[in-house]
Design a protein around this ligand. Sequence first.
Ligand code: TEU
Ligand code: CA
Length: 572
Amino acid sequence: MKKKWWHDKVAYQIYPKSFYDSNGDGIGDIPGIISKLDYLKDLGVDIIWLSPCFCSPLADQGYDISDYYNIDPRFGTIEDIDVLLEEAKKRDMYILMDLVVNHCSDEHEWFEKACEDPMGEYGKFFYIQNGKEDGSEPNNWRSYFGGSAWDKLPGHEEENLYYLHLFHKKQPDLNWEHKEMREEVYKMINWWLDKGLAGFRIDAIINIKKALPVENYSYPADRDDGLVRPQRMLKDAVGIGEFLGEMHERTFKPHDSFAVGEVFDVEKKDLPEFIGDDGYFSSMFDFNETIFGSSDKGWYDAKKITPDDYKRCCFESQAEMDGVGYFSNIIENHDEPRGVSRYIPEGECTPRAKKLLGAMNFLLKGLPFIYQGQEIGMENVVLESIDQVDDISTLDEYQVAKNAGLSDEEALKVVNFFSRDNARTPMQWTDKAQAGFTTGTPWLYVNPNYTEINVAAQEEDPESVLNWYKALISLRKNPEYKETVVYGDTVPVLEDTHNLMAYYRKGENQTILVIGNYQPQAQTVELPCEIEKVLLDNTKGVQNEYSELPAFKDGKLTLEGYQTIAAVVKEA
Ligand code: TEU
Ligand code: CA
């Protein structure tokens, strides 16, 4: 694998609306992000991915863009972005923005023009077409947010004319088959890269190629709504590489920029095309742990992941990436529950367990992305009522659960666990009003546990989750160990041991063991190696040098509940 400038970095995802509100309107903004750059630099962050802050009606919280060249006034101005780029550069930090080009907003001028003249030039920018003879939709694809993926074209409700939206009805799909539309996308990407962006996170990009002609691709319904999930259609959508390759050649490659794809359902054989040395993208997220246990029926039918499942998913991805490319590793993002509430069994979510999870994921091979609040161990919220929910996806899944026969309480419990709102409650800076996020009324309620879980409380505590993440990041950057942590192969160790996650990171002439006892009870294991130097131990706060582990003798290591260590070892 060719070494790239971003391999040894640490990335951080900001959800601007919930990160920090600088002007008291209850909405996080770009000046707020600028004011926190030193916090992020001190943490050890190099690359910052901003979820969208372009002009948008916020039907899908900004993933419905109405002007790709401008910043929504609720978040700030394009001049604020210039200041952010400048201030980041001063700190050797890089900014990524979110490239949302599977669809735009129905309030984008392209779609407005398409509605004025569906058969004109801008009509070709979208999937606009006649329904069936009986006036029904062209096929039975479901939107990711529920209901048909087709709606009558606004202003043409009396005609048999539909437009496609795989996501919300206010997110019309862009027609990538139309070259002029692609040219507009490439022009926009290059405009932003020329402005100084280091690259993009690329939204839902696997959806840009459809099975065509759409009227030939109805499928047996997979639920009693008579519809079928869009992923079924994607299996018949052939040739996405033509678009992704063109985009790579026309934009990312000439700028040597960093592009990380939000890509699902890519076959192992296609990985080299996607993230190989000259792949469509620099990297893609490892979603193996994220999708584990999910069900086509909906969130209500999903299976919870256990520590042994989690370990297997991580090692599977590490093996998949081996010799192919460089995944981006996450435990959470703005679409997912809080990682510590998902991957740590209920009732065991202590700071020590949070630190174990952090180490297990962060020290894998790949580019680590920390999601805002993960570094302090922010947790899921507890919903009292469905009326508290903002997320459109959650509201849909609540209905799906009720249609499947769950009671209101059961349905609420399910969506509470998986709701995207869990990751979108305001960042918890202090134990003061509104967690120090805003002096106004926050757009979404603050998790009531902010009085215990907040940045200020953890900065001074050597045993805090925050200082543990700082220690993980400084280990990755430590010249003595960085080659091993960044490029060393991942080799599972004691893989069959229950509730134990252990792996070597094998560098050229150094092996680091990462081992975690993923349960509350202590356990003793026979190590196939000699511990030479302990680098990190989540039971001992942050220290530079550790004495030899007292619990290690005759080749046996006893780990306390949720204890994890990283150590230089000598294999037997
Ligand atoms: O998420 C895409 C998304 O919802 C995936 O989980 C989808 O199911 C995938 O394409 C499966 O093939 C992105 C954003 O992260 C999310 O916040 C937006 O709501 C969505 O796209 C629409 O822009
Ligand atoms: Ca604000």
